[in-house]
Design a protein around this ligand. Structure first.
Ligand SMILES: *[C@@H]1O[C@H](CO)[C@@H](O)[C@H](O)[C@H]1NC(C)=O
Ligand SMILES: *[C@@H]1O[C@H](CO)[C@@H](O)[C@H](O)[C@H]1NC(C)=O
Ligand SMILES: *[C@@H]1O[C@H](CO)[C@@H](O)[C@H](O)[C@H]1NC(C)=O
Ligand SMILES: *[C@@H]1O[C@H](CO)[C@@H](O)[C@H](O)[C@H]1NC(C)=O
Length: 520
């Protein structure tokens, strides 16, 4: 886990490190938290009148990083449909977490840049850098509402523009520093100084250069979702966006190719990442190239969505997500009429999507002695297959949530039974919480995100309501989601300020209220 100590948010107040945080709007003249890690680590009154007594974790209104009257109204409306006071509190804490704390920079009209487009820099929470995957997921729960509020639309368009700017130059990186014109203090990644990376990059712009194909899928996903919801590209800098799409597609096509060329020899590495690290998950096999692969149609990745190294480079859930989002991208390109006359980008995207899907069906299904046909987590085209799942999305558990298969797909049903059991080496069944964890946080630690995703991919009302209850009971009394939780002791957790998971849980609660009125 990376921990940085500096997020110097774009808050106008010079709050001292030792600021005393105030609890009620009456204290609105008070200093704002200098760092939300401390704010999210302490409970704030008033408490919900339920058995869990969950605290109120929204910072005072004048300290929030973005204001949306529409989302405040949504919180009030959805809360009105929740009977359980603890769940209601959990929802009103989690839904606005990114807006309240993680919009480190936003300009509706970039007078500091050179074009009149909005830009938005969204941090993960406790690290002052923007991950493509996290930032997409952090804003996705807001997408259904963007068309109804101009400010919210500019916020999301700004993130598409920011990601496009980053991807057009460095499509192989996973996290970026704030642009100079934002005047934010960039997060420092002390490890990155000694990273041996191909291609080269500007360390003032890239925070970390781990090649993760789901980051590219996340960029496509946010762009296409924004387009679907608004039907407008007016706020997007399409020339930069097109350049970004072009560089991503080129990179993906090269990484479909096998490790060894026609003569059975290594070619130049397309991407490479090696680091001197105490942990095996922080560097790549093969002196940074990754383990060898044969052609399958899938695209190689060096790292997983946990930012841990892959073992076998065809990371199946990330390829599944890519295959879905390439089709959404192609639809957007066609609707915008912005490809060249031959519609090359859109054709390339559709062809890649189909080849990846076929590659998964041909190489990533394993005949398990207990569960029957299941999807594997990673494979290599030589016949090796890794049976496991990790909590981070994209995961095997999330395949229907990603739109790759319907919930009743028979191979998915078998896979789901497997990954939600101790036959998945990263599933933990503890006394307080049970679910999937990640090598990233080690043994005996469950990620609340996996519990939310299990519920989001279920049609079983009882299973969904129980999952929401388990999430509410395991916040260590802090009323916000954490990255990982010890399976026998929820007060032992990692990352108090983890905005992505707060977004996923609020999505689950909205979805549950909509599908099963009166259930919560
Ligand atoms: C951005 O600001 C400039 C200068 O104030 C103005 O001319 C332009 O119309 C603005 N653009 C948008 C999209 O608001
Ligand atoms: C794209 O072209 C089609 C057919 O020429 C047209 O109907 C459509 O309005 C165009 N879309 C955009 C966004 O310009
Ligand atoms: C977890 O453990 C309990 C008993 O300790 C058992 O009843 C339950 O079936 C287990 N769940 C899984 C998924 O292994
Ligand atoms: C927290 O949990 C981890 C395992 O999940 C364990 O190694 C560690 O000792 C625990 N810390 C405390 C303070 O209990």
């Amino acid at each position: 886990m990376l921990v940085s100590l500096l997020p110097c948010l774009a808050l106008s107040l010079a709050a001292a490190q030792t600021a005393v945080f105030m609890d009620s709007p009456a204290d609105s003249a008070a200093a704002c938290p200098a760092h939300f890690t401390q704010w999210t680590s302490e409970p704030h009154a008033p408490y919900s009148p339920g058995p869990l007594r969950l605290p109120t974790m929204r910072p005072p209104a004048h300290c929030r990083t973005f204001a949306s009257p529409l989302i405040d109204q949504l919180i009030a409306d959805v809360s009105g449909q929740i009977t359980d006071p603890d769940i209601r509190q959990l929802f009103s804490n989690t839904m606005p977490s990114t807006l309240d704390t993680a919009v480190a920079w936003h300009t509706a009209n970039s007078s500091a840049g050179d074009a009149p487009y909005p830009y938005t820099f969204v941090i993960t929470g406790d690290i002052n850098a923007q991950w493509t995957r996290d930032s997409t997921n952090q804003l996705l729960p807001l997408l259904p509402y963007v068309a109804a509020e101009h400010g919210l639309q500019a916020l999301v368009a700004g993130l598409v523009n920011m990601q496009a700017e980053q991807m057009s130059a460095y499509p192989f990186a996973n996290a970026y520093k704030p642009p100079r014109r934002s005047r934010l203090t960039p997060g420092e990644n002390s490890w990155a100084k000694s990273d041996r990376v191909v291609p080269a990059f500007d360390a003032a712009k890239v925070y970390e250069a781990k090649f993760e194909i789901d980051s590219i899928a996340a960029f496509f996903k946010l762009s296409a979702a924004y387009w679907r919801q608004t039907g407008s590209a007016e706020m997007l800098d399409l020339s930069v966006w097109r350049a970004a799409v072009g560089s991503c597609l080129k990179l993906l096509a090269r990484l479909q190719m096998p490790t060894y060329g026609a003569e059975g020899r290594l070619g130049d590495p397309v991407v490479r990442f090696a680091r001197t690290a105490a942990s095996a998950t922080e560097t790549s096999f093969g002196n940074g190239r990754g383990n060898p692969v044969r052609y399958t149609g899938m695209v190689r990745s060096l790292f997983r969505p946990s930012d841990d190294a892959v073992i076998l480079p065809f990371l199946v859930p990330a390829n599944a997500m890519l295959s879905v989002e390439l089709v959404h991208l192609a639809d957007m390109l066609d609707a915008l009429n912005i490809t060249d006359a031959a519609h090359t980008d859109s054709l390339v995207a559709r062809r890649l999507a189909a080849e990846i899907r076929q590659g998964i069906l041909d190489h990533a299904v394993y005949s398990h002695p207990t569960y029957g046909s299941v999807y594997v987590y990673e494979t290599d085209g030589y016949g090796s297959q890794l049976v496991m799942d990790d909590a981070n999305v994209p995961s095997l558990l999330s395949l229907p949530y990603l739109g790759f298969v319907p919930k009743d797909d028979p191979i998915y049903r078998n896979t789901r039974r497997l990954v939600l059991s101790t036959d998945n080496p990263w599933f933990f069944n503890g006394s307080d919480i049970s679910g999937i964890g990640s090598p990233h946080t080690g043994f005996h630690r469950v990620w609340p995100m996996s519990i939310a995703v299990a519920a989001l991919t279920s049609d079983n009302k009882q299973e969904i309501v129980e999952a929401v209850g388990m999430l509410a009971r395991t916040t260590a009394g802090l009323g916000l989601m954490h990255e990982s939780v010890d399976m026998d002791d929820p007060t032992n957790f990692s990352r108090p300020w983890f905005a992505w998971c707060n977004g996923v849980v609020s999505e689950l609660i909205i979805e549950t209220v909509r599908r099963f009125p009166g259930a919560l």
